[in-house]
Design a protein around this ligand. Structure first.
Ligand SMILES: [Zn+2]
Ligand SMILES: [Zn+2]
Length: 646
Protein backbone atom coordinates (compact mmCIF):
# COMPACT_ATOMS: atom_id res chain seq x y z
CA UNK A 1 0.00 0.00 0.00
CA UNK A 2 1.29 3.47 -0.86
CA UNK A 3 2.03 5.77 2.03
CA UNK A 4 1.54 9.53 2.06
CA UNK A 5 2.93 12.13 4.39
CA UNK A 6 0.85 14.48 6.49
CA UNK A 7 2.33 17.63 8.01
CA UNK A 8 0.70 18.95 11.17
CA UNK A 9 0.59 22.66 12.12
CA UNK A 10 3.41 21.92 14.63
CA UNK A 11 5.59 20.88 11.67
CA UNK A 12 5.48 17.27 12.83
CA UNK A 13 5.11 14.76 9.97
CA UNK A 14 3.34 11.40 9.94
CA UNK A 15 2.86 8.83 7.25
CA UNK A 16 -0.48 7.12 6.67
CA UNK A 17 -1.77 4.84 3.92
CA UNK A 18 -3.18 6.69 0.90
CA UNK A 19 -6.96 6.98 1.14
CA UNK A 20 -6.96 7.31 4.92
CA UNK A 21 -9.95 9.46 5.86
CA UNK A 22 -9.59 12.62 7.89
CA UNK A 23 -11.42 10.93 10.77
CA UNK A 24 -9.03 7.97 10.73
CA UNK A 25 -6.03 10.28 10.49
CA UNK A 26 -7.28 12.22 13.52
CA UNK A 27 -7.14 9.04 15.61
CA UNK A 28 -3.44 8.82 14.82
CA UNK A 29 -2.60 12.47 15.01
CA UNK A 30 -4.39 14.25 17.83
CA UNK A 31 -5.52 13.56 21.37
CA UNK A 32 -8.91 12.01 22.00
CA UNK A 33 -10.06 15.20 23.61
CA UNK A 34 -9.18 17.32 20.59
CA UNK A 35 -10.61 14.73 18.22
CA UNK A 36 -14.00 14.94 19.95
CA UNK A 37 -14.01 18.71 19.35
CA UNK A 38 -13.06 18.36 15.68
CA UNK A 39 -15.75 18.88 13.03
CA UNK A 40 -13.70 19.21 9.84
CA UNK A 41 -10.14 19.73 8.68
CA UNK A 42 -8.01 21.90 6.48
CA UNK A 43 -6.03 19.91 3.93
CA UNK A 44 -3.54 22.32 2.41
CA UNK A 45 -5.83 25.26 1.58
CA UNK A 46 -9.02 23.22 1.34
CA UNK A 47 -11.65 22.75 4.08
CA UNK A 48 -12.87 19.16 4.05
CA UNK A 49 -15.21 16.80 5.89
CA UNK A 50 -14.08 14.23 8.42
CA UNK A 51 -15.08 11.56 5.89
CA UNK A 52 -12.80 12.93 3.15
CA UNK A 53 -10.07 10.47 2.09
CA UNK A 54 -6.58 11.94 1.97
CA UNK A 55 -5.11 11.07 -1.42
CA UNK A 56 -1.76 12.87 -1.47
CA UNK A 57 0.86 14.50 0.74
CA UNK A 58 -0.74 17.45 2.49
CA UNK A 59 -0.57 19.82 5.40
CA UNK A 60 -3.29 18.96 7.85
CA UNK A 61 -5.02 21.13 10.47
CA UNK A 62 -8.04 19.99 12.47
CA UNK A 63 -10.97 22.44 12.56
CA UNK A 64 -12.26 22.28 16.11
CA UNK A 65 -15.33 24.00 17.52
CA UNK A 66 -13.09 26.88 18.57
CA UNK A 67 -11.57 27.42 15.11
CA UNK A 68 -12.62 30.61 13.33
CA UNK A 69 -14.09 28.55 10.46
CA UNK A 70 -16.17 26.30 12.73
CA UNK A 71 -19.24 28.51 13.18
CA UNK A 72 -19.60 28.92 9.43
CA UNK A 73 -19.58 25.16 8.94
CA UNK A 74 -22.08 24.67 11.76
CA UNK A 75 -24.40 27.34 10.38
CA UNK A 76 -24.19 26.15 6.82
CA UNK A 77 -25.13 22.69 8.07
CA UNK A 78 -28.03 24.24 9.98
CA UNK A 79 -29.20 25.83 6.71
CA UNK A 80 -29.36 22.37 5.13
CA UNK A 81 -31.35 21.05 8.07
CA UNK A 82 -33.73 24.01 7.88
CA UNK A 83 -34.30 23.31 4.17
CA UNK A 84 -34.89 19.65 4.98
CA UNK A 85 -37.43 20.64 7.65
CA UNK A 86 -39.23 23.07 5.32
CA UNK A 87 -39.46 20.45 2.58
CA UNK A 88 -40.66 17.84 5.07
CA UNK A 89 -43.38 20.20 6.35
CA UNK A 90 -44.52 21.98 3.22
CA UNK A 91 -43.58 19.33 0.71
CA UNK A 92 -44.24 19.80 -2.95
CA UNK A 93 -45.19 23.49 -2.74
CA UNK A 94 -41.62 24.47 -2.05
CA UNK A 95 -38.55 24.95 -4.16
CA UNK A 96 -35.21 25.58 -2.50
CA UNK A 97 -32.78 28.14 -3.88
CA UNK A 98 -29.59 28.83 -1.93
CA UNK A 99 -28.67 28.68 1.74
CA UNK A 100 -25.28 30.01 2.85
CA UNK A 101 -23.83 30.85 6.25
CA UNK A 102 -23.58 34.61 6.87
CA UNK A 103 -22.01 36.83 9.53
CA UNK A 104 -24.54 36.18 12.30
CA UNK A 105 -26.06 32.92 11.19
CA UNK A 106 -27.45 31.54 7.97
CA UNK A 107 -30.39 31.79 5.63
CA UNK A 108 -32.15 29.73 3.03
CA UNK A 109 -34.20 31.14 0.15
CA UNK A 110 -37.46 29.36 -0.62
CA UNK A 111 -39.92 29.71 -3.46
CA UNK A 112 -43.36 29.03 -2.02
CA UNK A 113 -46.68 30.57 -3.07
CA UNK A 114 -47.86 31.07 0.50
CA UNK A 115 -45.86 33.33 2.82
CA UNK A 116 -44.32 31.77 5.91
CA UNK A 117 -45.85 33.03 9.15
CA UNK A 118 -44.32 33.36 12.61
CA UNK A 119 -46.36 30.26 13.53
CA UNK A 120 -44.47 28.39 10.83
CA UNK A 121 -41.20 29.34 12.54
CA UNK A 122 -42.14 27.24 15.56
CA UNK A 123 -43.20 24.35 13.32
CA UNK A 124 -39.94 24.53 11.37
CA UNK A 125 -37.89 24.69 14.54
CA UNK A 126 -39.71 21.69 16.00
CA UNK A 127 -39.12 19.72 12.80
CA UNK A 128 -35.45 20.74 12.86
CA UNK A 129 -35.16 19.49 16.44
CA UNK A 130 -36.60 16.17 15.34
CA UNK A 131 -34.05 15.90 12.53
CA UNK A 132 -31.23 16.97 14.83
CA UNK A 133 -32.22 14.31 17.35
CA UNK A 134 -32.03 11.71 14.56
CA UNK A 135 -28.46 12.93 13.93
CA UNK A 136 -28.33 11.91 10.27
CA UNK A 137 -24.81 12.13 8.83
CA UNK A 138 -24.01 14.68 6.10
CA UNK A 139 -22.84 12.47 3.21
CA UNK A 140 -20.85 13.88 0.36
CA UNK A 141 -20.94 12.37 -3.12
CA UNK A 142 -19.38 13.50 -6.36
CA UNK A 143 -21.53 13.02 -9.45
CA UNK A 144 -21.51 14.23 -13.03
CA UNK A 145 -23.25 17.54 -13.62
CA UNK A 146 -25.65 15.75 -15.99
CA UNK A 147 -26.62 13.29 -13.24
CA UNK A 148 -27.10 16.07 -10.74
CA UNK A 149 -29.22 18.04 -13.20
CA UNK A 150 -31.40 15.02 -13.81
CA UNK A 151 -31.80 14.43 -10.08
CA UNK A 152 -32.91 17.99 -9.32
CA UNK A 153 -35.08 18.22 -12.45
CA UNK A 154 -36.89 15.07 -11.37
CA UNK A 155 -37.68 16.49 -7.95
CA UNK A 156 -38.82 19.78 -9.53
CA UNK A 157 -35.97 21.85 -8.06
CA UNK A 158 -35.54 24.25 -10.96
CA UNK A 159 -33.32 26.74 -9.08
CA UNK A 160 -30.74 24.01 -8.57
CA UNK A 161 -31.01 23.10 -12.25
CA UNK A 162 -30.36 26.73 -13.20
CA UNK A 163 -27.33 26.86 -10.88
CA UNK A 164 -25.99 23.64 -12.41
CA UNK A 165 -26.44 24.98 -15.96
CA UNK A 166 -24.46 28.08 -15.06
CA UNK A 167 -21.69 26.18 -13.31
CA UNK A 168 -20.41 24.69 -16.56
CA UNK A 169 -18.27 22.04 -14.87
CA UNK A 170 -18.17 18.29 -15.38
CA UNK A 171 -18.67 17.06 -11.88
CA UNK A 172 -20.26 18.56 -8.79
CA UNK A 173 -20.56 17.53 -5.17
CA UNK A 174 -23.87 16.80 -3.49
CA UNK A 175 -24.58 16.57 0.22
CA UNK A 176 -27.26 14.31 1.56
CA UNK A 177 -28.67 14.13 5.03
CA UNK A 178 -31.79 12.05 5.58
CA UNK A 179 -34.13 12.67 2.64
CA UNK A 180 -32.59 16.00 1.72
CA UNK A 181 -30.00 16.44 -0.98
CA UNK A 182 -28.33 19.71 -1.90
CA UNK A 183 -25.87 20.94 -4.46
CA UNK A 184 -23.04 22.00 -2.22
CA UNK A 185 -19.30 22.46 -1.97
CA UNK A 186 -19.23 21.65 1.76
CA UNK A 187 -17.73 20.94 4.13
CA UNK A 188 -20.34 20.02 6.71
CA UNK A 189 -20.59 18.75 10.25
CA UNK A 190 -20.13 14.98 10.59
CA UNK A 191 -23.85 14.71 11.48
CA UNK A 192 -26.86 16.87 12.39
CA UNK A 193 -26.55 15.94 16.08
CA UNK A 194 -23.91 18.66 16.46
CA UNK A 195 -26.65 21.28 16.13
CA UNK A 196 -27.26 21.86 19.83
CA UNK A 197 -28.52 25.43 19.55
CA UNK A 198 -30.45 26.59 16.48
CA UNK A 199 -33.13 29.21 16.02
CA UNK A 200 -35.23 30.51 13.13
CA UNK A 201 -34.96 34.28 13.43
CA UNK A 202 -36.86 36.15 10.76
CA UNK A 203 -38.30 36.26 7.28
CA UNK A 204 -37.50 38.68 4.48
CA UNK A 205 -38.02 38.95 0.75
CA UNK A 206 -35.02 38.41 -1.52
CA UNK A 207 -34.84 38.41 -5.29
CA UNK A 208 -33.45 35.27 -6.85
CA UNK A 209 -29.78 36.02 -7.48
CA UNK A 210 -30.31 39.55 -6.14
CA UNK A 211 -31.86 40.50 -9.49
CA UNK A 212 -34.97 42.67 -9.16
CA UNK A 213 -36.23 41.35 -12.51
CA UNK A 214 -36.29 37.82 -11.12
CA UNK A 215 -38.71 36.25 -8.72
CA UNK A 216 -38.98 37.46 -5.13
CA UNK A 217 -38.24 34.52 -2.85
CA UNK A 218 -38.83 34.10 0.87
CA UNK A 219 -35.59 34.26 2.82
CA UNK A 220 -35.72 32.53 6.19
CA UNK A 221 -32.92 33.62 8.49
CA UNK A 222 -31.68 31.53 11.34
CA UNK A 223 -28.68 31.21 13.56
CA UNK A 224 -26.79 28.42 15.28
CA UNK A 225 -24.12 28.10 17.94
CA UNK A 226 -22.16 25.22 19.39
CA UNK A 227 -23.14 26.26 22.90
CA UNK A 228 -26.78 27.01 23.87
CA UNK A 229 -25.42 29.73 26.19
CA UNK A 230 -24.05 31.59 23.18
CA UNK A 231 -27.40 31.37 21.43
CA UNK A 232 -29.13 32.77 24.49
CA UNK A 233 -26.70 35.69 24.65
CA UNK A 234 -27.17 36.34 20.94
CA UNK A 235 -30.98 36.33 21.18
CA UNK A 236 -30.79 38.71 24.12
CA UNK A 237 -28.69 41.02 21.99
CA UNK A 238 -31.20 40.97 19.13
CA UNK A 239 -34.01 41.79 21.55
CA UNK A 240 -31.92 44.61 22.98
CA UNK A 241 -31.17 45.90 19.48
CA UNK A 242 -34.90 45.84 18.65
CA UNK A 243 -35.69 47.88 21.74
CA UNK A 244 -32.98 50.33 20.74
CA UNK A 245 -33.99 50.58 17.08
CA UNK A 246 -33.51 54.26 16.25
CA UNK A 247 -36.57 54.28 13.99
CA UNK A 248 -38.79 53.11 16.84
CA UNK A 249 -37.19 55.43 19.42
CA UNK A 250 -37.07 58.30 16.92
CA UNK A 251 -40.83 58.09 16.68
CA UNK A 252 -41.52 57.58 20.39
CA UNK A 253 -39.22 60.41 21.43
CA UNK A 254 -40.32 62.60 18.49
CA UNK A 255 -36.81 63.15 17.20
CA UNK A 256 -37.21 62.75 13.45
CA UNK A 257 -39.64 61.64 10.78
CA UNK A 258 -39.75 60.69 7.14
CA UNK A 259 -42.77 61.71 5.09
CA UNK A 260 -44.00 60.14 1.90
CA UNK A 261 -45.08 63.54 0.70
CA UNK A 262 -41.56 64.94 1.08
CA UNK A 263 -39.90 61.81 -0.27
CA UNK A 264 -38.14 58.71 0.98
CA UNK A 265 -34.69 59.02 2.53
CA UNK A 266 -35.17 62.71 3.32
CA UNK A 267 -35.09 63.40 7.05
CA UNK A 268 -37.43 65.81 8.82
CA UNK A 269 -35.96 66.85 12.17
CA UNK A 270 -38.68 67.38 14.74
CA UNK A 271 -38.08 69.98 17.48
CA UNK A 272 -36.37 67.58 19.90
CA UNK A 273 -34.27 65.95 17.20
CA UNK A 274 -33.37 69.37 15.81
CA UNK A 275 -32.26 70.47 19.27
CA UNK A 276 -30.18 67.31 19.69
CA UNK A 277 -28.60 67.95 16.32
CA UNK A 278 -27.89 71.58 17.19
CA UNK A 279 -26.15 70.55 20.42
CA UNK A 280 -23.97 68.14 18.46
CA UNK A 281 -23.25 70.72 15.75
CA UNK A 282 -22.36 73.43 18.29
CA UNK A 283 -20.05 71.01 20.07
CA UNK A 284 -18.45 69.99 16.78
CA UNK A 285 -17.95 73.58 15.62
CA UNK A 286 -16.51 74.68 18.96
CA UNK A 287 -14.07 71.76 19.03
CA UNK A 288 -12.95 72.47 15.48
CA UNK A 289 -12.54 76.17 16.03
CA UNK A 290 -10.43 75.64 19.12
CA UNK A 291 -8.32 73.10 17.21
CA UNK A 292 -7.32 75.54 14.50
CA UNK A 293 -10.05 74.93 11.91
CA UNK A 294 -11.93 77.67 10.05
CA UNK A 295 -15.62 77.23 9.34
CA UNK A 296 -17.06 77.29 5.82
CA UNK A 297 -20.53 77.31 4.30
CA UNK A 298 -21.04 76.36 0.67
CA UNK A 299 -24.09 75.99 -1.64
CA UNK A 300 -26.04 72.79 -2.30
CA UNK A 301 -25.74 72.98 -6.08
CA UNK A 302 -23.04 73.79 -8.60
CA UNK A 303 -22.61 73.96 -12.34
CA UNK A 304 -22.40 70.61 -14.03
CA UNK A 305 -19.05 71.64 -15.52
CA UNK A 306 -17.51 71.72 -12.06
CA UNK A 307 -18.55 68.11 -11.51
CA UNK A 308 -16.88 67.28 -14.83
CA UNK A 309 -13.63 68.87 -13.71
CA UNK A 310 -13.80 67.12 -10.34
CA UNK A 311 -14.36 63.76 -12.05
CA UNK A 312 -17.56 63.15 -10.07
CA UNK A 313 -19.68 62.91 -13.21
CA UNK A 314 -17.40 60.23 -14.62
CA UNK A 315 -16.73 58.25 -11.47
CA UNK A 316 -19.66 59.04 -9.22
CA UNK A 317 -22.39 60.05 -11.70
CA UNK A 318 -24.79 57.24 -10.88
CA UNK A 319 -24.92 58.36 -7.24
CA UNK A 320 -25.84 61.94 -8.21
CA UNK A 321 -29.29 63.48 -8.62
CA UNK A 322 -30.02 64.48 -12.22
CA UNK A 323 -29.15 67.87 -13.64
CA UNK A 324 -31.42 70.93 -13.66
CA UNK A 325 -31.34 73.82 -16.11
CA UNK A 326 -31.12 77.47 -15.07
CA UNK A 327 -30.62 80.11 -17.77
CA UNK A 328 -29.51 77.38 -20.14
CA UNK A 329 -26.78 76.24 -17.79
CA UNK A 330 -26.86 72.81 -16.16
CA UNK A 331 -26.54 72.53 -12.41
CA UNK A 332 -26.38 69.52 -10.15
CA UNK A 333 -26.95 68.82 -6.47
CA UNK A 334 -23.74 68.11 -4.62
CA UNK A 335 -22.83 64.58 -3.57
CA UNK A 336 -19.66 65.90 -1.87
CA UNK A 337 -18.34 69.19 -0.54
CA UNK A 338 -14.73 68.95 -1.71
CA UNK A 339 -14.87 70.99 -4.97
CA UNK A 340 -16.49 73.91 -3.13
CA UNK A 341 -13.65 74.06 -0.64
CA UNK A 342 -11.20 73.93 -3.53
CA UNK A 343 -13.08 76.81 -5.17
CA UNK A 344 -12.55 78.83 -1.99
CA UNK A 345 -8.88 77.89 -2.03
CA UNK A 346 -8.62 79.04 -5.63
CA UNK A 347 -10.14 82.46 -4.94
CA UNK A 348 -6.62 83.77 -4.60
CA UNK A 349 -2.97 82.87 -4.72
CA UNK A 350 -1.85 80.79 -1.70
CA UNK A 351 1.53 80.76 -0.03
CA UNK A 352 3.24 78.07 2.01
CA UNK A 353 3.18 80.59 4.86
CA UNK A 354 -0.58 80.12 5.34
CA UNK A 355 -0.30 76.33 5.52
CA UNK A 356 -1.76 74.16 6.84
CA UNK A 357 -5.25 75.40 5.93
CA UNK A 358 -7.85 73.53 7.92
CA UNK A 359 -11.36 74.15 6.63
CA UNK A 360 -14.45 72.46 7.93
CA UNK A 361 -18.11 72.49 7.06
CA UNK A 362 -21.23 70.68 8.13
CA UNK A 363 -22.11 70.23 4.48
CA UNK A 364 -25.38 68.73 3.34
CA UNK A 365 -25.01 66.43 0.33
CA UNK A 366 -27.43 64.42 -1.77
CA UNK A 367 -26.79 60.95 -3.08
CA UNK A 368 -28.98 58.54 -4.89
CA UNK A 369 -29.79 55.37 -2.96
CA UNK A 370 -32.30 52.78 -4.09
CA UNK A 371 -35.58 53.02 -2.19
CA UNK A 372 -35.10 49.47 -0.95
CA UNK A 373 -31.71 50.34 0.55
CA UNK A 374 -33.01 53.29 2.60
CA UNK A 375 -33.03 52.67 6.35
CA UNK A 376 -34.10 55.25 8.96
CA UNK A 377 -31.23 57.65 9.61
CA UNK A 378 -28.61 55.08 8.64
CA UNK A 379 -29.11 55.14 4.88
CA UNK A 380 -30.67 58.28 3.44
CA UNK A 381 -30.70 60.39 0.28
CA UNK A 382 -29.78 63.72 1.86
CA UNK A 383 -27.34 63.97 4.73
CA UNK A 384 -24.92 66.32 6.39
CA UNK A 385 -21.28 65.34 6.42
CA UNK A 386 -19.04 66.66 9.17
CA UNK A 387 -16.54 67.40 6.50
CA UNK A 388 -13.12 69.02 6.57
CA UNK A 389 -10.30 69.51 4.11
CA UNK A 390 -6.75 70.21 5.02
CA UNK A 391 -4.41 71.73 2.47
CA UNK A 392 -0.76 71.39 3.29
CA UNK A 393 2.73 70.53 2.13
CA UNK A 394 3.82 66.89 1.94
CA UNK A 395 6.07 67.36 4.96
CA UNK A 396 3.06 68.45 7.05
CA UNK A 397 1.22 65.20 6.46
CA UNK A 398 2.29 63.16 9.46
CA UNK A 399 1.64 65.92 11.96
CA UNK A 400 -1.69 66.82 10.40
CA UNK A 401 -2.86 63.19 10.42
CA UNK A 402 -1.78 62.89 14.04
CA UNK A 403 -3.77 66.01 14.97
CA UNK A 404 -6.80 64.75 13.06
CA UNK A 405 -6.64 61.42 14.92
CA UNK A 406 -6.31 63.29 18.19
CA UNK A 407 -9.37 65.45 17.56
CA UNK A 408 -11.22 62.49 16.11
CA UNK A 409 -10.78 60.24 19.14
CA UNK A 410 -11.46 63.11 21.51
CA UNK A 411 -14.79 63.95 19.87
CA UNK A 412 -15.82 60.30 19.72
CA UNK A 413 -14.96 59.95 23.41
CA UNK A 414 -17.24 62.84 24.33
CA UNK A 415 -20.07 60.78 22.84
CA UNK A 416 -19.09 57.73 24.86
CA UNK A 417 -17.24 55.79 22.16
CA UNK A 418 -13.90 54.49 23.32
CA UNK A 419 -13.62 51.20 21.47
CA UNK A 420 -12.54 51.28 17.84
CA UNK A 421 -11.39 49.20 14.93
CA UNK A 422 -8.85 51.05 12.82
CA UNK A 423 -7.94 50.20 9.22
CA UNK A 424 -5.19 51.54 7.00
CA UNK A 425 -5.85 51.02 3.30
CA UNK A 426 -2.98 51.20 0.85
CA UNK A 427 -2.53 51.72 -2.87
CA UNK A 428 -4.98 49.86 -5.12
CA UNK A 429 -4.05 48.53 -8.55
CA UNK A 430 -5.72 51.38 -10.40
CA UNK A 431 -4.53 54.66 -8.97
CA UNK A 432 -3.25 58.14 -9.74
CA UNK A 433 -0.18 59.81 -8.23
CA UNK A 434 3.50 58.92 -8.25
CA UNK A 435 5.10 56.00 -6.38
CA UNK A 436 6.98 58.51 -4.31
CA UNK A 437 3.80 60.33 -3.22
CA UNK A 438 2.03 57.11 -2.28
CA UNK A 439 5.02 55.89 -0.35
CA UNK A 440 5.40 59.16 1.50
CA UNK A 441 1.69 59.48 2.33
CA UNK A 442 1.28 55.86 3.42
CA UNK A 443 4.31 56.15 5.69
CA UNK A 444 2.94 59.39 7.16
CA UNK A 445 -0.39 57.68 7.96
CA UNK A 446 1.41 54.72 9.55
CA UNK A 447 3.67 56.89 11.66
CA UNK A 448 0.75 59.02 12.85
CA UNK A 449 -1.22 55.91 13.84
CA UNK A 450 1.76 54.49 15.69
CA UNK A 451 2.53 57.75 17.43
CA UNK A 452 -1.10 57.89 18.57
CA UNK A 453 -0.67 54.35 19.91
CA UNK A 454 -3.49 52.95 17.78
CA UNK A 455 -3.56 49.29 16.85
CA UNK A 456 -4.65 49.03 13.23
CA UNK A 457 -5.28 46.47 10.57
CA UNK A 458 -3.69 46.83 7.17
CA UNK A 459 -6.03 46.60 4.16
CA UNK A 460 -3.57 46.20 1.30
CA UNK A 461 -4.80 47.58 -2.00
CA UNK A 462 -8.06 48.87 -0.48
CA UNK A 463 -7.19 52.58 -0.64
CA UNK A 464 -9.16 54.91 -2.90
CA UNK A 465 -7.66 55.46 -6.35
CA UNK A 466 -6.53 58.95 -5.33
CA UNK A 467 -4.67 58.16 -2.11
CA UNK A 468 -4.27 56.02 1.03
CA UNK A 469 -6.80 56.28 3.85
CA UNK A 470 -7.55 55.50 7.48
CA UNK A 471 -11.02 54.26 8.46
CA UNK A 472 -12.25 54.06 12.02
CA UNK A 473 -15.19 51.93 13.08
CA UNK A 474 -16.67 52.62 16.47
CA UNK A 475 -18.15 49.93 18.72
CA UNK A 476 -21.43 50.67 20.42
CA UNK A 477 -22.65 49.40 23.76
CA UNK A 478 -23.91 46.16 22.15
CA UNK A 479 -20.52 45.57 20.57
CA UNK A 480 -21.76 46.39 17.07
CA UNK A 481 -19.31 48.16 14.74
CA UNK A 482 -20.21 51.31 12.83
CA UNK A 483 -18.04 52.86 10.17
CA UNK A 484 -17.83 56.57 11.01
CA UNK A 485 -14.50 58.30 10.62
CA UNK A 486 -12.43 58.41 7.48
CA UNK A 487 -9.20 60.26 6.74
CA UNK A 488 -8.11 60.25 3.10
CA UNK A 489 -5.07 61.71 1.37
CA UNK A 490 -5.82 62.99 -2.14
CA UNK A 491 -3.33 63.49 -4.98
CA UNK A 492 -6.08 63.76 -7.58
CA UNK A 493 -8.30 66.79 -6.98
CA UNK A 494 -5.41 69.28 -6.50
CA UNK A 495 -4.23 68.18 -9.94
CA UNK A 496 -7.65 68.36 -11.57
CA UNK A 497 -8.36 71.84 -10.21
CA UNK A 498 -4.81 73.04 -10.90
CA UNK A 499 -4.30 74.07 -7.30
CA UNK A 500 -0.97 75.68 -6.48
CA UNK A 501 0.83 77.48 -3.72
CA UNK A 502 4.01 79.51 -3.72
CA UNK A 503 6.75 77.61 -1.97
CA UNK A 504 9.79 78.82 -0.06
CA UNK A 505 11.62 78.72 -3.37
CA UNK A 506 9.08 81.23 -4.79
CA UNK A 507 8.00 78.59 -7.31
CA UNK A 508 4.54 77.08 -7.75
CA UNK A 509 3.83 73.71 -6.12
CA UNK A 510 0.82 71.47 -5.78
CA UNK A 511 -0.64 71.22 -2.28
CA UNK A 512 -1.63 67.94 -0.63
CA UNK A 513 -5.30 67.65 0.19
CA UNK A 514 -6.70 65.62 3.09
CA UNK A 515 -10.41 64.81 3.25
CA UNK A 516 -11.77 63.77 6.59
CA UNK A 517 -15.01 63.20 8.39
CA UNK A 518 -15.20 62.20 12.04
CA UNK A 519 -18.84 61.30 12.55
CA UNK A 520 -19.35 60.54 8.86
CA UNK A 521 -22.84 61.90 8.53
CA UNK A 522 -24.81 63.62 11.26
CA UNK A 523 -27.90 61.63 10.37
CA UNK A 524 -26.20 58.28 10.67
CA UNK A 525 -24.17 59.28 13.72
CA UNK A 526 -27.33 60.40 15.52
CA UNK A 527 -28.92 57.07 14.54
CA UNK A 528 -25.98 55.29 16.18
CA UNK A 529 -26.21 57.57 19.24
CA UNK A 530 -29.92 56.84 19.69
CA UNK A 531 -29.23 53.09 19.65
CA UNK A 532 -26.08 53.36 21.77
CA UNK A 533 -27.89 55.25 24.54
CA UNK A 534 -31.26 53.56 23.90
CA UNK A 535 -32.68 57.09 23.69
CA UNK A 536 -31.59 57.91 27.26
CA UNK A 537 -29.05 60.56 26.29
CA UNK A 538 -26.53 61.86 28.78
CA UNK A 539 -27.59 65.18 30.30
CA UNK A 540 -25.38 67.32 28.08
CA UNK A 541 -26.91 65.80 24.93
CA UNK A 542 -30.50 65.32 26.06
CA UNK A 543 -32.77 67.63 24.05
CA UNK A 544 -34.97 67.87 27.14
CA UNK A 545 -32.87 67.86 30.30
CA UNK A 546 -35.66 68.39 32.78
CA UNK A 547 -39.43 68.40 33.04
CA UNK A 548 -41.06 70.31 35.85
CA UNK A 549 -44.41 69.13 37.23
CA UNK A 550 -46.77 70.33 39.93
CA UNK A 551 -48.63 67.99 42.27
CA UNK A 552 -51.81 70.09 42.37
CA UNK A 553 -53.06 73.38 40.94
CA UNK A 554 -52.05 75.03 44.23
CA UNK A 555 -48.41 75.08 43.00
CA UNK A 556 -49.20 76.23 39.46
CA UNK A 557 -47.85 79.75 39.88
CA UNK A 558 -44.56 78.69 41.46
CA UNK A 559 -44.11 75.93 38.88
CA UNK A 560 -44.54 78.37 35.99
CA UNK A 561 -42.14 80.77 37.65
CA UNK A 562 -39.39 78.17 38.14
CA UNK A 563 -39.92 76.89 34.60
CA UNK A 564 -39.40 80.38 33.12
CA UNK A 565 -36.40 81.02 35.34
CA UNK A 566 -34.63 77.77 34.37
CA UNK A 567 -35.38 78.23 30.70
CA UNK A 568 -33.82 81.71 30.88
CA UNK A 569 -30.79 80.16 32.59
CA UNK A 570 -30.28 77.92 29.55
CA UNK A 571 -31.66 74.69 31.01
CA UNK A 572 -33.53 72.69 28.35
CA UNK A 573 -36.75 72.27 30.26
CA UNK A 574 -40.40 71.37 29.63
CA UNK A 575 -43.37 71.75 31.94
CA UNK A 576 -46.24 69.44 32.72
CA UNK A 577 -48.90 71.44 34.60
CA UNK A 578 -51.85 69.33 33.48
CA UNK A 579 -54.43 68.40 36.02
CA UNK A 580 -53.21 64.79 36.16
CA UNK A 581 -52.00 62.46 38.92
CA UNK A 582 -48.30 62.94 39.75
CA UNK A 583 -47.52 59.25 39.11
CA UNK A 584 -48.97 59.54 35.64
CA UNK A 585 -46.84 62.60 34.90
CA UNK A 586 -43.72 60.86 36.22
CA UNK A 587 -44.37 57.78 34.13
CA UNK A 588 -44.74 59.85 30.97
CA UNK A 589 -41.51 61.75 31.64
CA UNK A 590 -39.73 58.44 32.25
CA UNK A 591 -41.03 57.09 28.95
CA UNK A 592 -39.53 60.17 27.29
CA UNK A 593 -36.22 59.27 29.03
CA UNK A 594 -35.87 62.79 30.45
CA UNK A 595 -32.89 62.87 32.86
CA UNK A 596 -34.47 65.06 35.60
CA UNK A 597 -38.02 65.44 36.84
CA UNK A 598 -38.58 68.47 39.02
CA UNK A 599 -41.48 67.88 41.37
CA UNK A 600 -43.25 70.81 42.96
CA UNK A 601 -45.50 70.35 45.99
CA UNK A 602 -46.47 72.72 48.80
CA UNK A 603 -43.23 71.91 50.63
CA UNK A 604 -41.12 72.98 47.67
CA UNK A 605 -43.11 76.19 47.21
CA UNK A 606 -42.61 77.06 50.84
CA UNK A 607 -38.86 76.34 50.84
CA UNK A 608 -38.29 77.84 47.37
CA UNK A 609 -36.81 74.54 46.21
CA UNK A 610 -37.34 71.69 43.74
CA UNK A 611 -37.36 67.95 44.42
CA UNK A 612 -35.31 66.20 41.77
CA UNK A 613 -36.19 62.73 40.58
CA UNK A 614 -33.93 60.82 38.17
CA UNK A 615 -35.19 58.77 35.22
CA UNK A 616 -34.04 55.56 36.96
CA UNK A 617 -36.42 56.29 39.85
CA UNK A 618 -33.84 57.59 42.34
CA UNK A 619 -34.28 60.95 44.06
CA UNK A 620 -31.74 63.67 44.72
CA UNK A 621 -32.11 65.77 47.89
CA UNK A 622 -34.31 68.86 47.42
CA UNK A 623 -32.32 71.80 46.11
CA UNK A 624 -32.62 75.46 45.22
CA UNK A 625 -33.15 76.65 41.65
CA UNK A 626 -29.61 77.96 41.69
CA UNK A 627 -28.23 74.59 42.78
CA UNK A 628 -30.14 72.80 40.06
CA UNK A 629 -28.86 75.22 37.41
CA UNK A 630 -25.31 74.65 38.64
CA UNK A 631 -25.86 70.88 38.37
CA UNK A 632 -26.90 71.23 34.72
CA UNK A 633 -23.98 73.54 33.93
CA UNK A 634 -21.60 71.01 35.45
CA UNK A 635 -23.12 68.14 33.48
CA UNK A 636 -22.95 70.13 30.23
CA UNK A 637 -19.33 70.93 30.87
CA UNK A 638 -18.21 67.41 31.79
CA UNK A 639 -20.14 65.97 28.83
CA UNK A 640 -18.55 68.33 26.35
CA UNK A 641 -15.06 67.64 27.66
CA UNK A 642 -15.63 63.89 27.70
CA UNK A 643 -14.79 63.58 31.39
CA UNK A 644 -18.12 61.99 32.20
CA UNK A 645 -20.83 60.15 30.34
CA UNK A 646 -23.64 59.96 32.84
ZN1 LIG B 1 -24.65 23.58 1.27
ZN1 LIG C 1 -13.62 65.85 0.50
Amino acid sequence: MTEISITLPSGEQKTVPVGTTVAEALKELVSNKERKQTIAARLDERLVDLSTPIEADATFAPITVDSPEALGILRHSAAHVMAEAVLALFGKDVQVAIGPAIADGFYYDFDRAEPFTPDDFALIEAKMQELIAAAAPFCRETVSTAQATQLFAKSGQSYKVELLNDLAVETVSLYRQGDFVDLCRGPHLPHAGWLKAVKVIKLAGAYWRGDENRKMLQRLYGTAFFDPKDLKAYLFQIEEAKKRDHRKLGKELELFAVSDQVGPGLILWQPKGALLRKIIEDHWRAEHYSNGYELLFTPHIARRDMWKTSGHLDFYGENMFSAMEIEEVSYQLKPMNCPFHIAIYNTRKRSYREFPLRWCELGTVYRFEKTGALHGLMRVRGFTQDDAHIFCRPDHLEEEIFDILDLNLHILKTFGFERYEVYLSTRPEKSVGSDEHWEQATTALKLALEKKGLVYELDPGEGVFYGPKIDIKIKDVLGRSWQCSTIQVDFNLPERFEMTYTGEDSKDHQPIMIHRALMGSLERFIGVLIEHFAGAFPVWLAPVQARIMNITDAQLGYTEEVYAQLRRAGVRIEKDVRNEKLNYKIREAQMQKIPYMLIIGDKEVEAGQVTVRLRNGDNLPAMSIFEFTALIVKENESGRTGSCNS
